[in-house]
Design a protein. Structure first.
Ligand code: 13P
Ligand code: SF4
Length: 304
């Protein structure tokens, strides 16, 4: 099928099924261009609740579709490719988390949204990269077990006096961005502002002029007076950055920062999802209810 025919069928089926396409900022450019909303993990979770739709097709990874279902179980949530996972989310299991909780009985468990529903259910509160600082500040406890991203955990520890225990998880895509990459890019573009995602290593973040979620990076770049930016996150971000700020220049800090599972939601896969209803993402009700508490506490900690 030709791409214009695919797009025409997608739009017909969306109307027929009252469906919306939510795309993460790392989704394929052509998918972003045909989505109802493009955003960071936080905006997409909020949209899952707020949007008046019967069906959500998630152009992102598994934990995002799961979060949408947890928050809005009356909607049908589809992940176009069931194999689109997040390796970092798989770095913490419920069993391992239960063991760690025994080791730190007084700590509140804060879990990054990049985690399974079962891990969210076992945690006290969830956070995204857009609100981790506010979430940590809002909880009563002064001791925190932060899972699974050690880099985000480390970054938050620089913004709070609370004691944070880190998990040994990381995003493989951000982890391979090195300090050498940053210094090389800065030498090549000495006037550029360096904006980084907090999933980057501490030695990368220490050179950043701004540390934000994906949506935060896009917003900052659009509003800034500066014209040149080195971008410390996944490459597909270039698409929205250039679309929103066509008169500015953006340089990816590393050409290797590419999240392949985020690219599995192709236009043909989205069409197939709308046609077949595959793959439907659900969570067992007992886990969903507990995981929802963690997500609700996060949403309550951040003003809308
Ligand atoms: P945000 O879009 O929330 O910044 O997260 C980045 C990410 O890696 C999502 O998997
Ligand atoms: Fe997971 Fe990293 Fe891909 Fe985000 S970029 S989905 S954290 S592997």
């Amino acid at each position: 099928m030709k791409s214009d025919e695919i797009l025409r069928r997608i739009s017909e089926l969306k109307e027929e099924k009252n469906a919306v396409i939510l795309a993460h900022n790392y989704a394929r450019a052509e998918v972003q261009d045909n989505a109802d909303l493009v955003g960071d993990s936080f905006a997409l979770s909020q949209a899952a609740v707020d949007l008046d739709a019967d069906m959500i097709v998630f152009a992102g990874v598994h934990f995002m579709a799961e979060s949408a279902y947890i928050l809005s179980p009356q909607k049908t949530v589809l992940l176009p490719d069931a194999d689109a996972g997040c390796p970092m989310a798989d770095m913490v299991t419920v069993e391992a988390l239960r063991e760690a909780k025994k080791q730190y009985p007084d700590a509140a468990v804060v879990c990054y949204v990049n985690s399974s529903a079962a891990v969210k259910a076992e945690s006290d509160v969830c956070c995204t990269s857009a609100n981790a600082k506010e979430v940590v500040a809002a909880i009563e406890e002064n001791e925190i077990l932060f899972v699974p991203d050690k880099n985000l955990g480390h970054y938050i520890s620089t913004l709070t006096d609370k004691k944070i225990h880190f998990w040994n998880g990381f995003c493989p895509i951000h982890q391979q961005i090195t300090e050498f990459d940053v210094l090389t890019a800065k030498a090549k573009h000495p006037s550029a502002v360096f904006l980084a995602h907090p999933e980057c290593r501490p030695e990368v973040l220490k050179h950043a002029d701004g540390i934000f979620s994906t949506a935060g990076i896009i917003k900052y770049a659009a509003a800034a007076d500066e014209k040149e930016f080195i971008i410390g996150t996944e490459q597909e971000m270039m698409h929205k950055l250039m679309k929103d700020s066509p008169n500015k220049s953006f340089y990816p800090v590393s050409k290797y920062a590419y999240c392949s599972t985020m690219k599995m939601a192709t236009l043909p896969a989205i069409l197939n999802a709308l046609e077949t209803g595959n793959t439907k993402i659900t969570v067992p009700e007992d886990i969903r209810v507990k995981a929802k508490k963690s997500l609700d506490r996060m949403l309550a900690a951040v003003p809308k």
